[in-house]
Design a protein around this ligand. Structure first.
Ligand code: PHE
Ligand code: ZN
Length: 894
C-alpha cells in the first residue's frame, strides 16, 4: 500500500482481494467550508475467501475524532496515513463501524476529496479522493450501498445533492437544512459525489424506450442557465443513442450534471451525479466556438456512457483503468460520428481522433512515460490518466470492433454485461467476452496474441513491400512488423494487426482485390497480420497499382511504405478512403518538411513543390468535398508531429520550416483563400452542426492565410477586413478566428482587438481563458512571447490556483508553443521549472501534467538538450516534491 510521503511503486502482480467488504455506508455531513464534520457508519464483514487480517482503512489529511465498533469505543492504531483496527470481532458476522472525522474543504487546493469552488462544495473522488473525506477501503473492488445526509446553512447552500434519489429533506434549527439521498446501486467509493451551494438547474423529463420516466438536470451558477441548452440536448441524445446502439437504458430516476469552474480534469462520471468542468457544459453561440460545442457533446456523452461502462461494470484495480476509459472513449467517438451523420463528417471525426493519437500518444509511447494500455506498475495513479489509457485504449477496442464486425461487437457487449454486471473486473474479462461471443472471428482465433495490445507498450511499425508482376498479373504484398524497446520491455512479441487496404489504378480508380485462391473479389479488404512477416498475393491485377494501406487507420501503428510522390498525389486526388486521401497529403507535407529541416541550407521560400501546391488547390476548390474535410487536408502537420519523425529535434529549425511552408501556401494560393473566404465565410443563423462548423473552420483558415500573406506584402487591407469580421461576428467561432488571424499574423490591429475582446468578455471566465491561451500560443517574434506570458501572469484575471486558467496561460506556452518555448537562452525552461514547483505546492495533479511537457527532452539538439535536462534536474532536486511530480521527473531523467 502506498502511504503519504512514501514513493513506493504499486505492482499489478501484487493484487490481492480485500480482507474486508463494506456492504453499506451511511454518511452524515455537517458542511462548513472551514471545518466539515463527517460521520461515517459502515456495515462491514470479513471476506471469507482470504485469511483473517486486520482492517486497514485509507485516509489522507483527515482529523480523526472517534472510532466505534458495534456501538462501543475501540482501540486502533495509525500506520502512516492508514487507520488500522486489529481487534475486530472474529467470525463472519457483520460489524458496525462508526468513524467520525473532520476536514477543511476551503484549504483543499488539490481539488481532490471535498473542496470549495466559488462558495459551492464539490467532491472529486476518482481515483483516491474518497480517503480525503473519510477513512475507507478506497479501492474500486469494494462496492457498497450509500445513504448520504447533507446538513448545511440554507442561505449559503440552498441546493444539496448526492448520488441516487432524494428521499427526505427539510429545515433544521439555526437557519440550517438537510437533504437525505439514497443510491439504489452499489458502487465503489470513487463514484461517490456531493454538491452543495447556490445553483440553478435546467430540467428535462424524458421517457425511455422501455417507457420509464426520468428527470435530467443540469446544474450551474445562476447566470449560466442560458448556456446549458446544448449540454441538455447532448445528454438527451446520449441517452437515446446508448439505447439504440447498445440496448443500454438509463437505470436511474434522476440523472444530474453539475458544472464547476475549478476542476482538475474534464468531467467525472459519479453515479447519477456527474461533475463537470464548466468548459464541457457551458456553451452559447456568443461565448463558445464550434470546437467547444463538439467537445461538450462528446464529454457529456462520455460521462453518460460510463454509467454502464465504468459504473455498472467497474475496474478491479486501477491497472485496469483502460477497461472503462478505452471502451468509453471508443463509445463517445462512435457517438460523435453517429451524431455527425454523413460519411464525410464521420471521416473528419476519425481524422481528428487519429491526429490526437499520433501527436500526443505516439510520443508518449516513445518517451520516458511509455506504458502498456494495462500498466504493470505505478507510483502515483493520477499520472496514469494518459492518452495511452484513453486514446490508445480506444484504438484497441476499435480493432476488436473491426475484427468481429459491428454486429459481433454488439453481441460481445451483451455477453460482457450478462457475465459481469455489478462486478469489478479486468481488461482480460472484456476481451474474453468479445471473443466468446464471436468464436469464429479472427479475434477469437488469435485471442492470446491479441491481448499483447494490453501488455506491450510502444507503437508498432508495419513495413510494406510490394511487387507487381505484369506477366502473371499478380501483386505481392509483404507486411512485416516490429516494435521498439520501451522501459522494462526490450523484446516485443508480434501483435495482431488488422490492415485494411485497397488498390488504386494509375488513374486513381479502385481495382478489384482478389487474393490468390479466393473466387470472389472486393474493393477493400482487411489483412490480419499476426506474424513478424507475412505475404499476400493478389491475382488478376491488370495494372501496376498504388496501394492504399491501413485505411481508416485500422490499427494504431506507423506504416512505412516507399510511396513515390506521384503515388501519393494519386491518392490525394482519388482515394475513395477519406482517411488515406488526407493521409497522402500529410505524408507529402512531412516528406518535404523533413527534407528542408535536415538540409544545411537556409530555409527556402519554396519548401513545397508546385505539383503539391496545385494538388492542394484542387482540394480547396473541389466542387463536392466538404469544407471541414478540405480544411483538414489543407492544414500542415503540427511541429510536434514533425518532431516525432526525427531522431534529433531542433525546434527552431522545425518552426522556421513550417512557417515557411505556411507562408508559401498563403502566398501561392492567395486568390484561392480569398475565394474560400468568400464562398464559406457567411454561414447565416448560427448552428453548430458539422457542415456549418466546417465552413467556419475553413473560412477561419483562409482569413489567417490572407492575413499572413498581407503581413509580408505590407498590404494590410486583409487586416482591416479581419478586424471588421472580428467586430461584426455573430458567433464566437467567427470572432475568435478573426482575432486569431490578427494575433498570429502579428498585425498592428491585434492589440486593439485583444483589448476590445477582453472588455467584451471580462465576465466570461471561459472566454478569458481563450484570451490568455491565444497570447501564450502565438508565433514568437524576436522572443516576445515569454515576456508577454510573464506580464500576463500579473494580470488581475490570472490565477495559478484555477486549473483552467493555469492551463490557458502556462500550458499554452510551455506545452503547445514549441517555437516560443525552446529558446536558445533556456529562459523558457527556467520558466517551466519555476511554474512546476509553484504549482506543485498548490495542486500536484496539475503540476505533474505540466511536468510532462519536457518528456521528449532527450531528443533535443544542443544547446536545448543540456538546458532542458538542467531544468528537469532542478525540479527533481526539490526535496519535498509530490509523488506526482517526482514520478514524472524521475522517469524523464531516466
Ligand atoms: N473518469 C473521468 C473520465 O474520464 C476522468 C477523471 C479522472 C476525472 C480522475 C477526475 C479525476 O471521464
Ligand atoms: Zn472516462
Amino acid at each position: 500500500m502506498l502511504r503519504e510521503g512514501q514513493a513506493t511503486a504499486i505492482q499489478r502482480a501484487d493484487y490481492q482481494a480485500p480482507a474486508w467488504w463494506i456492504d453499506t455506508v451511511d454518511l452524515t455531513f455537517d458542511l462548513d467550508p472551514a471545518k466539515t464534520r463527517v460521520l461515517n457508519k459502515m456495515r462491514i464483514r470479513r471476506n471469507a475467501d482470504v485469511p483473517a487480517q486486520a482492517l486497514r482503512l485509507d485516509g489522507d489529511e483527515l482529523n480523526l475524532a472517534r472510532v466505534m465498533v458495534n456501538g462501543a469505543g475501540t482501540s486502533f492504531k495509525m500506520d502512516g496515513s492508514q487507520l488500522v483496527l486489529e481487534n475486530l470481532p472474529e467470525g463472519n458476522e457483520p460489524v458496525e463501524l462508526e468513524i467520525f472525522t473532520t476536514c477543511t474543504p476551503d484549504k483543499n487546493t488539490k481539488l481532490m476529496g471535498l473542496y470549495v469552488s466559488e462558495g459551492t462544495f464539490f467532491t472529486q473522488c476518482e481515483s483516491e479522493g474518497f480517503r480525503r473525506i473519510t477513512y475507507f477501503l478506497d479501492r474500486p473492488d469494494v462496492m457498497a450501498m450509500y445513504t448520504v445526509t447533507l446538513r448545511a446553512n440554507k442561505d449559503a447552500f440552498p441546493v444539496l445533492l448526492s448520488n441516487g434519489n432524494l428521499v427526505d429533506s427539510g429545515d433544521l434549527e439555526d437557519g440550517r437544512h438537510f437533504a437525505k439521498w439514497v443510491d439504489p446501486h452499489k458502487k465503489p467509493s470513487y463514484l461517490f459525489a456531493l454538491v452543495a451551494g447556490k445553483l440553478v438547474a435546467r430540467e428535462q423529463k424524458i421517457k425511455s424506450r422501455a417507457g420509464k420516466d426520468h428527470l435530467l438536470q443540469v446544474f450551474v451558477r445562476p447566470g449560466d442557465l442560458e448556456k446549458t441548452e446544448h449540454a441538455m440536448n447532448s445528454l438527451m441524445h446520449s441517452v437515446a443513442w446508448d439505447e439504440a446502439r447498445f440496448g443500454l437504458s438509463l437505470d436511474l430516476d434522476r440523472f444530474m450534471i453539475v458544472a464547476t469552474s475549478d476542476f482538475n480534469m474534464g468531467a467525472m462520471e459519479n453515479k447519477g451525479l456527474n461533475i463537470f468542468n464548466t468548459k464541457y457544459v457551458l456553451a452559447s453561440q456568443s461565448t463558445a466556438t464550434d470546437v467547444d460545442f463538439a467537445n461538450v457533446e462528446s464529454v457529456v456523452g462520455h460521462e453518460y456512457f460510463h454509467n454502464w461502462t465504468g459504473n455498472r461494470i467497474t475496474c478491479r484495480d486501477w491497472f485496469q483503468l483502460s477497461l472503462k476509459e478505452g471502451l468509453t472513449v471508443f463509445r463517445d467517438q462512435e457517438f460523435s460520428m453517429d451524431m455527425a451523420g454523413t460519411p464525410s463528417a464521420r471521416a473528419v471525426k476519425r481524422i481528428e481522433d487519429v491526429r490526437v493519437l499520433r501527436t500526443v500518444q505516439f510520443p508518449e509511447d516513445a518517451g520516458p512515460m511509455a506504458h502498456p494500455v494495462r500498466p504493470d506498475s505505478y507510483i502515483e495513479i493520477n499520472n496514469f490518466y494518459t492518452v495511452t489509457i484513453y486514446e490508445k485504449g480506444a484504438e484497441v477496442v476499435r480493432m476488436q470492433h473491426n475484427l468481429v464486425g459491428r454486429e459481433g461487437f454488439a453481441k460481445g457487449m451483451k455477453l460482457y454485461f450478462a457475465r459481469h454486471d455489478g462486478q469489478a473486473v479486468t481488461c482480460d474479462d472484456f476481451v474474453q467476452a468479445m471473443a466468446d461471443a464471436n468464436p469464429a472471428s479472427p479475434l477469437a482465433q488469435h485471442l492470446e496474441q491479441f491481448k499483447r495490445w494490453y501488455s506491450q507498450a510502444g507503437t508498432p511499425t508495419v513495413k510494406a513491400v510490394a511487387q507487381y508482376d505484369a506477366a502473371a498479373q499478380t501483386y505481392t504484398l509483404t507486411l512485416s512488423q516490429s516494435c521498439a524497446a520501451t522501459a522494462g520491455q526490450v523484446e516485443k512479441q508480434p501483435f495482431v494487426i488488422p490492415v485494411e487496404m485497397g488498390l488504386l489504378g494509375q488513374d486513381g480508380s479502385a481495382l478489384p482485390l482478389q487474393l490468390q485462391g479466393d473466387s470472389a473479389s472486393t474493393l477493400s479488404k482487411t489483412l490480419v497480420l499476426t506474424q513478424a512477416e507475412q505475404t499476400w498475393v493478389f491475382s488478376n491485377v491488370a495494372q501496376s497499382p498504388v496501394p492504399s494501406l491501413l485505411r481508416g487507420f485500422s490499427a494504431p501503428v506507423v506504416l512505412q511504405y516507399d510511396f513515390n510522390d506521384a503515388e501519393l498525389l494519386t491518392q490525394l486526388a482519388h482515394d475513395s478512403d477519406s482517411f488515406n486521401r488526407w493521409e497522402a497529403g500529410q505524408r507529402l507535407a512531412v516528406r518535404y518538411a523533413l527534407q528542408a529541416i535536415q538540409s544545411d541550407a537556409p530555409v527556402a521560400a519554396n519548401v513545397l513543390p508546385a505539383a503539391f501546391v496545385h494538388a492542394l488547390r484542387d482540394v480547396l476548390r473541389h466542387p463536392t468535398l466538404d469544407a471541414a474535410y478540405k480544411d483538414l487536408v489543407l492544414a500542415l502537420p503540427s511541429e510536434a508531429y514533425m518532431a516525432e519523425q526525427l531522431d534529433v529535434v531542433d525546434p527552431q529549425r522545425i518552426h522556421a520550416v513550417r512557417e515557411s511552408m505556411r507562408l508559401q501556401l498563403a502566398q501561392s494560393l492567395q486568390a484561392d483563400w480569398a475565394w474560400a473566404l468568400e464562398t464559406y465565410g457567411d454561414t447565416g443563423a448560427y448552428r453548430p452542426d458539422p457542415v456549418s462548423s466546417g465552413k467556419r473552420a475553413l473560412a477561419g483558415s483562409a482569413l489567417l492565410m490572407l492575413c499572413l500573406a498581407a503581413q509580408v506584402s505590407g498590404d494590410t487591407v486583409w487586416h482591416g477586413k479581419a478586424y471588421q469580421r472580428f467586430k461584426d461576428a455573430g458567433n464566437m467561432t467567427d470572432r475568435f478566428n478573426a482575432l486569431s488571424a490578427l494575433v498570429h499574423s502579428g498585425a498592428e490591429l491585434a492589440k486593439p482587438a485583444l483589448e476590445r475582446f477582453h472588455t467584451l468578455f471580462k465576465n466570461e471566465p471561459l472566454v478569458i481563458d481563450k484570451w490568455f491561451a491565444l497570447q501564450a500560443g502565438t508565433c514568437d517574434r524576436g522572443g516576445n512571447v515569454l515576456p508577454a506570458v510573464k506580464q500576463l501572469m500579473k494580470h488581475p484575471d490570472f490565477s495559478l490556483k484555477n486549473p483552467n486558467r493555469a492551463r490557458s496561460l502556462i500550458f499554452s506556452y510551455c506545452s503547445a508553443n514549441p517555437g516560443a518555448f525552446h529558446r536558445a537562452d533556456a529562459a523558457g525552461y527556467v520558466f517551466w521549472s519555476e511554474r512546476v514547483l509553484e504549482l506543485d505546492a498548490i495542486n500536484p495533479q496539475v503540476a505533474s501534467r505540466l511536468a510532462r511537457g519536457m518528456d521528449r527532452w532527450s531528443k533535443l539538439a544542443q544547446p536545448y538538450r543540456t538546458a532542458a535536462r538542467e531544468a528537469i534536474a532542478r525540479v527533481a532536486a526539490k526535496p519535498d516534491l509530490s509523488n506526482d511530480v517526482r514520478e514524472i521527473v524521475t522517469r524523464a531523467l531516466g
